[in-house]
Design a protein around this ligand. Sequence first.
Ligand SMILES: [Zn+2]
Length: 67
Amino acid sequence: MSEHYTQSTESDLKYCPRCQRRTEHAVSAGRIGRCREHAAPRFTQKQQRLADKRAEALREPNLPGIE
Ligand SMILES: [Zn+2]
């Protein structure tokens, strides 16, 4: 099975074993990617940004006041 997508293709329907049905999959650079249905973010974009910031702060080894 060799499906090819044009550069302008952004999504395609493909069977997703996790969703157990055909779902919309992201296509990027001519290759099919992740299922868009079950990959829906748990957080809103704003909440996700805050969560990312917190995770980054936890990884940051040079926080002022911590040695
Ligand atoms: Zn899925």
